[in-house]
Each structure stands twice: as structure tokens, then as C-alpha cells.
Ligand binder design. Structure first.
Ligand code: HDD
Length: 707
């Protein structure tokens, strides 16, 4: 056993990066100009552009053409049955100190001298591999820790609760939310009859529905999401004491979302918005970072709560069970090949290390079966040997054979016990995994614990804890979703469910979607709140623009020194500056001749090619170019849309007038299609939170705040 840890340590110290990156090096293939093309068998080939044929049908003997086409025919593997669309990155985790040792002997959590490599995959749940990033959905947040004691996976979401309590309901909830069976519609959306039919009849999902209809389900970026293990796990310390535990990831940048209007537009403008954002941030050095916190409950206190602590539709309010911060995770390396790493990474809730164990949470119990099982059909029985899935410590046992076995095991025995006593089990004293000893008694029957029957109090708690703006967004989201359900049985029933949570909410939705407006609340709202449920709670203490995307709008005739200064300031605050001009390529400053050799600066995009939705803020420098921008309908639209989405807008000199003219439109009127009596429902001038001015952007870029 000691050799296991020594080998893993050597791996860690053999690279300045981390042990996992070192282990992947042998599998990485460079493709360079000095290399020559071969077949899969290594045969050099001179021509892969023409089939071998004699001025007629292709010859069957052409093994080069056959190989090329056959390999292509088999490139696809089944996509994940859920969480099919995702993005991933490598990084590391480091414990802050040894304080977690009071609860666990898991070295990864309590040894600050260790740097544990991680691979993280973020995902959406409903849509297929080719769906858009910014849809309204839960986001997966799966972390694989390559520890010296083996792989540990926290397969979590960006929402701390789940739709169902018992794993046996998982196929039903997923069938209900996925595209309907008769027509494969809709893609990447829960806004359809079957989903709302199911959740209306399965009220244990009410709490989760509140989260999914909130801004949490349309994150601005993977980097700005919380992560949660969701299920209740256990920790075991060196003294053999057990604690129940929940895991939380808290992003350094705070928790931020898109507006629904932005999310809808970005889904069309740039369906890869989130995966590009992740790579862009890492490549520009703005490494995404999360703190890992745990909530712990001693074994003896399991039954001291109003709710069952093993019920995945419940949170443990922080007021009752505080967070302990144990370490931090940084993502600092993008993947080299998407398929090999992101598509083939395989997480299992059953992957734990000594000091971490399971609980009787009925959802977790089913998950422990399901993940291993799904990898068999996606990747085959030897999925653990795929480079991204390999542990960084040695693997040694008598599991053998199967498709795509990559190892050649030496020796004459493949069973235990064996006369040669090779490959012996490791003793607990050597650091091996062992299950916590516990009493199990009672009647086996199909049932749930009595406290699993209450479904509304935490749904209320969540709704009450949101800011008024967040509540408004949630109301609109419900109204959007239910108005996509054609069957009145479905939306009427869901309004009844909402009326168990909050009467005003139910009324709002009923009026909007045409249901029966309930007079009185079904249950009454207890009015309880918990601070950590609103996104505002996670605003960083120091406002930051780290990793944000800032557009600089230009036309020919700008002030060059000023633009260079603005760019420098933005980059110095670890944000990304993009010049948007009338065309991609050179845009020329005041006094420069158009097309002048060595003049101008490079525009990254042109005004038609990108939209304000893809940026967090925009700034317009001073100069003659403002007159040209004023005449550009697209530039004015950029400003109006950015203002409507409450983005920070900076303007210098003449550009202030442009901003004023663009956004102070007296009456931009929209007719409300759902209410013929309403003539004006919105105008840009009612949005008061956006601002413009010189000082914020130019004076000190690091003080700019974006929400
Ligand atoms: Fe699951 C994938 C998260 C309940 C069965 N799940 C999957 C992924 C995440 C989650 C993040 C994607 C992993 C990746 O990136 O490869 N799942 C959750 C959470 C749950 C949950 C937080 C509730 C606490 N899942 C759940 C249940 C079952 C599954 C109850 C089955 C009984 N989940 C799966 C799966 C997937 C999966 C079918 C599809 C691909 C995969 O496992 O590897 O086995």
C-alpha cells in the first residue's frame, strides 16, 4: 500500500503542473508539419484524396479508402442520456488547513500540503449534445478529484435540491422533461405539456421548480455558478466517528445570471457561449475559482430537524447548519481534445475515498448504481482505463479482460486468494477504504420516511428569500413556461401547486397564462427566509470585472491614445477587451488616412457580427468617430439593447451625447400581445439601473461592477 502513495507522490512532484496532467502527457498526440500521414497500422500513405479505381467503380481492395470511411462511420458514441451537452477543464484543489480532520480522515480535504488534480465538467440536463448553452435548465457541476487514494467524484448541480426523492422516479422525470415521444419536441426546454404535467402530479418537485424557474437556471457563466453535491454523504474521521455532510462550491466571482431576454438571444447568436467563456477565461489567465464548503451534522443529530436530512428535495438552511470552508478549486488548463477528455470523462457518485462514504439518501443509493451502469453502455467495460478517467495512483486487482482491455497483466494467477499471495488486500491501517459499521434492521418495504411527505415549506422559504427583482423573474419564468403548455389540465393543475407556495405568485401566473385565479392561499405563507438563497448574498466583497467581456465601440476617427489606454486598463483588471468596429480588421484613428500603412487598430469584430448580448459592458471613446456611430442604426441598437439589459455603459466626451440620444427615447412602445387593453408595457426609459459616464470606466477599471 505504501508503494501506492509513493508512486502517486512521485507523479505529483514530477511536474510543475499536476499529477493528472503528467499522466495524460503520454497519451497526447502532437500533429505537426514534420509528421507524415499513415494508416491506422502505421503505413505511410501518399494519397488519401482519391479512391483506387480504374476509370470506373472503386476497387474493394483499396484498404486506405475503406479504413478512412469505416473509421468515420464509427466516430459517434451514445451521448449521455442526461447532461449530454457540456464543457470541461482541468485544475486543482487545495485544502486551506487541517481543520476538516475533526470530521474526516480524507487527506484531500485535510492535508494542506497536497495539491489534488481535478477535472470538472459543467453541463445542461435536458438538451442533446448539439443544443444551446443558455437555455433555462439545471447546470451539472461534476468534479473528479484524482487523489493519491483513488478518484473521488462529486457529481453535483448548480442547484442544491432535486426534483425527486427516490431514484426509481428518475426515468419518469427525465422522460417527462425530455422532448415528447411522438414528435421529439422541444429541444433544450422544459416549457412543454409533459414536464409540467409530471411535476404537477409529483409535488415533491415543488421546491426544485422554484429554483429552476429562478435566475439560477440561466447563469451568466459556469464560472459564476454555485455547485452543490445535493445528496447527503457521510464523513468518517480517524476516531471512527460519522458525520452527515453536504458539499457546496462557492464561486470567487459571485453568482450571476443572464436576463431571460439575453439568454434567448444568445441561444441563437452564440449557442456555445458558456463553453467559449470557460476557455476564454482560462486562456486569458482569469482562472475560475471556487471555495469548497461543507455542512456537517453529527450522526446522533440525524433526527433533530423538521425535515429528513436524507431527503434530496430539502436544503439544510445555513442558519441551522453553518458552512465550514475547507479548501479551494482552481481551473487553469483547457482541454486539448474535446471528445477524448470532455466526452469520455465518466463520473460516478460511487467513487469515494477513505474518510468519505454514503448515506441512506434514497436518491444517492440509486445513483450509485446508475452512473457505473451508464458508463458500460457509453464507453464499455474498461471505461476506467480511458486516459481522462485513470486514477493517478496505481490500480491493481483481478478484474480482467472485456472489450478494449489496455493493460497486459503479468503472472500466472488472476484470482484471490492465490498460492503465491500476490496482490493482497490492503489493511485498514494501510489507509484502505472501509465501510462505516452500522446497524441495519426493519421491514423491507416500498416506502419513504414520514418526513419525506412535506413538500412546500422549503419551496416557500426559497421564494420568500429572493429579492423583489428575483421574484419578478421567477414569476415571468413560470408564466413563460406554462404558456407553452397547450393542455389546460396541465397549467390549471400547476397553478394549484403554486397556490400551496404563495397565493400572489399563483395569482400572477394564473392571470398571465389564463388559469383559474385562486382567491386564497391553499396553505398560507409562513414567511420564513434564509439569507444564502438569494444570489445577491454571494456578491464578492471587492467588486471585480475579472474575466468579464467588455466591448469598445469604434468607427473611423477615434482618439487612438484614449482607446489604447482604455484597453490597457481593462486588461490590467483581468477582463477581456474587444474592439467592435464598422468592419473586422483595421479601423483608423482621427488624422489617419484610411488604409494607411501601419495605421489604425484592429477591430476584433464588426457591429453586425456580434451583439451587445455577448458582452458584459460597453464603452465608447471620444472623437470624430462618434458622429459616424450616431448614424449607424446597428450602433444605436447596441446601446439601447445594452441599456435594456442593465449593462454598464461607459462613454467619453462626445460619446456621452450619443448614449443620451440612443437611450433617452421618449416612448419606445411595445404592444402587449396578451392584453389588448395595454398599449404601452415597456420603454427603455423605465430601466433606471444602467448608467453611463466617464469616470467609472476610464478612471479605474477595477472599480467597475457588473451584475
Ligand atoms: Fe445524474 C449524469 C447530477 C440524479 C443518473 N448527473 C449526471 C451528470 C451530473 C448529474 C452533473 C453529468 C456528469 C458528467 O458530466 O458526465 N444527477 C445529478 C444530480 C442528481 C442526479 C446532482 C441528484 C442529486 N442521476 C440522478 C439520478 C439518476 C441519475 C437519481 C439515476 C437513478 N446522471 C445519471 C446517469 C448519468 C447522469 C444516467 C448520465 C451520464 C452519466 O450519468 O454519466 O447515470
Amino acid at each position: 500500500m505504501s508503494s501506492i502513495t509513493t508512486a502517486a507522490k512521485q507523479a505529483v512532484s514530477s511536474t510543475t503542473d499536476n499529477a493528472k496532467m503528467a499522466s495524460l502527457t503520454q497519451f497526447r498526440v502532437e500533429c505537426g508539419p514534420s509528421q507524415r500521414m499513415t494508416t491506422d497500422q502505421g503505413l505511410h500513405v501518399a494519397d488519401t484524396d482519391n479512391c483506387n479505381s480504374s476509370v470506373g467503380p472503386a476497387l474493394l481492395e483499396d484498404q486506405i479508402a475503406r479504413e478512412k470511411i469505416m473509421r468515420f462511420d464509427h466516430e459517434r458514441i451514445p451521448e449521455r442520456v442526461v447532461h449530454a451537452r457540456g464543457a470541461g477543464a482541468h485544475g486543482y484543489f487545495k485544502a486551506y488547513d487541517s481543520s476538516a480532520e475533526q470530521w474526516t480522515k480524507a487527506k484531500v480535504l485535510m492535508d494542506p500540503s497536497r495539491t489534488t488534480p481535478v477535472f470538472v465538467r459543467f453541463s445542461t440536463v435536458q438538451g442533446s449534445r448539439g443544443s444551446a448553452d443558455t437555455v433555462r435548465d439545471v447546470r451539472g457541476f461534476a468534479v473528479k478529484f484524482y487523489t493519491e487514494e483513488g478518484n473521488w467524484d462529486i457529481v453535483g448541480n448548480n442547484i442544491p435540491v432535486f426534483f425527486i426523492q427516490d431514484a426509481i422516479k428518475f426515468p419518469d422525470i427525465i422522460h417527462a422533461v425530455k422532448p415528447e415521444p411522438h414528435n421529439e419536441v422541444p429541444t433544450g426546454q422544459s416549457a412543454h405539456n409533459n414536464f409540467w404535467d409530471f411535476v404537477g402530479l409529483q409535488p415533491e418537485s415543488a421546491h426544485m421548480i422554484m429554483w429552476v424557474m429562478s435566475d439560477r437556471a440561466i447563469p451568466r457563466s459556469f464560472r459564476m455558478m454555485q455547485g452543490f453535491g445535493v445528496n447527503t454523504y457521510t464523513l468518517l474521521n480517524a476516531a471512527g466517528e460519522k458525520h452527515f455532510v453536504k458539499f457546496h462550491w462557492i464561486p470567487e466571482l459571485g453568482v450571476h445570471s443572464l436576463l431571460w431576454d439575453e439568454a434567448l438571444k444568445i441561444a441563437g447568436q452564440d449557442p456555445d457561449f458558456h463553453r467559449k467563456d470557460l476557455n476564454e477565461a482560462i486562456q486569458s489567465g482569469a482562472y475560475p475559482k471556487w471555495r469548497l464548503a461543507i455542512q456537517v451534522i453529527p450522526e446522533k443529530d440525524e433526527h433533530n430537524f423538521d425535515f429528513d436530512i436524507l431527503d434530496a428535495t430539502k436544503i439544510w438552511p445555513e442558519e441551522l447548519v453553518p458552512l465550514h470552508f475547507v479548501g479551494e478549486m482552481v481551473l487553469n488548463q483547457v482541454v486539448a481534445e474535446f471528445f477524448s477528455e470532455v466526452e469520455q470523462v465518466a463520473f460516478c457518485t460511487s467513487n469515494v475515498v477513505p474518510g468519505i462514504g454514503f448515506s441512506d439518501d434514497p436518491l444517492l443509493q440509486g445513483r450509485n448504481f446508475s452512473y457505473f451502469d451508464t458508463q458500460l453502455s457509453r464507453l464499455g467495460v474498461n471505461w476506467q482505463q480511458i486516459p481522462v478517467n485513470r486514477p493517478v495512483c496505481p490500480v491493481m486487482n483481478f478484474q480482467r479482460d472485456g472489450q478494449m482491455q489496455m493493460k497486459i497483466h503479468k503472472g500466472t494467477v488472476n484470482y484471490w486468494p492465490n498460492r503465491q499471495e500476490v496482490v493482497q488486500p490492503a489493511a485498514v491501517s494501510e489507509g484502505s477504504y472501509h465501510d462505516h459499521v452500522r446497524n441495519i434492521s426493519g421491514m423491507a418495504q416500498r416506502m419513504r420516511g414520514p418526513k419525506f411527505n412535506e413538500h412546500y415549506s422549503q419551496a416557500q422559504l426559497f421564494y420568500n428569500s429572493l429579492s423583489p427583482t428575483e421574484q419578478t423573474h421567477l414569476q415571468s419564468a413560470l408564466a413563460f413556461e406554462l404558456s407553452h403548455c397547450k393542455d389546460p389540465v396541465v397549467y390549471r393543475n400547476y397553478i394549484n401547486v403554486l397556490n400551496n407556495i404563495d397565493n400572489k405568485l399563483a395569482k400572477y401566473v394564473a392571470v398571465a397564462v389564463g388559469g383559474d385565479v385562486p382567491d386564497a392561499s391553499a396553505k398560507g405563507n409562513q414567511g420564513h427566509k434564509s439569507a444564502g438563497l438569494s444570489q445577491a448574498y454571494y456578491a464578492p466583497k471587492e467588486p471585480t470585472i475579472k474575466g468579464r467581456r467588455i466591448a469598445i465601440l469604434l468607427a473611423d476617427g477615434f482618439d487612438k491614445a484614449e482607446v489604447v489606454a482604455i484597453k490597457t486598463l481593462i486588461v490590467s483588471a483581468s477582463a477581456n477587451a474587444f474592439v467592435i468596429g464598422p468592419r473586422r480588421g483595421k479601423v483608423y484613428a482621427a488624422g489617419e488616412k484610411i488604409g494607411a500603412e501601419g495605421g489604425g487598430i484592429d477591430a476584433d469584430h464588426h457591429l453586425e457580427g456580434q451583439r451587445s448580448t455577448l458582452f458584459d459592458a460597453l464603452i465608447i471613446p471620444s472623437g470624430e468617430h462618434v458622429a459616424l456611430l450616431m448614424k449607424s442604426g446597428r450602433a444605436v441598437h447596441w446601446l439601447r439593447e445594452a441599456f435594456g439589459h442593465c449593462k454598464a455603459i461607459g462613454a467619453v466626451g462626445e460619446a456621452i451625447l450619443l448614449v443620451q440620444q440612443a437611450i433617452n427615447l421618449p416612448e419606445v412602445q411595445y404592444a402587449d400581445p396578451t392584453d389588448s387593453s395595454t398599449e404601452v408595457v415597456a420603454s427603455y426609459s423605465v430601466v433606471t439601473t444602467a448608467y453611463y459616464g466617464v469616470s467609472t470606466a476610464i478612471g479605474d477599471a477595477s472599480k467597475m461592477t457588473l451584475s
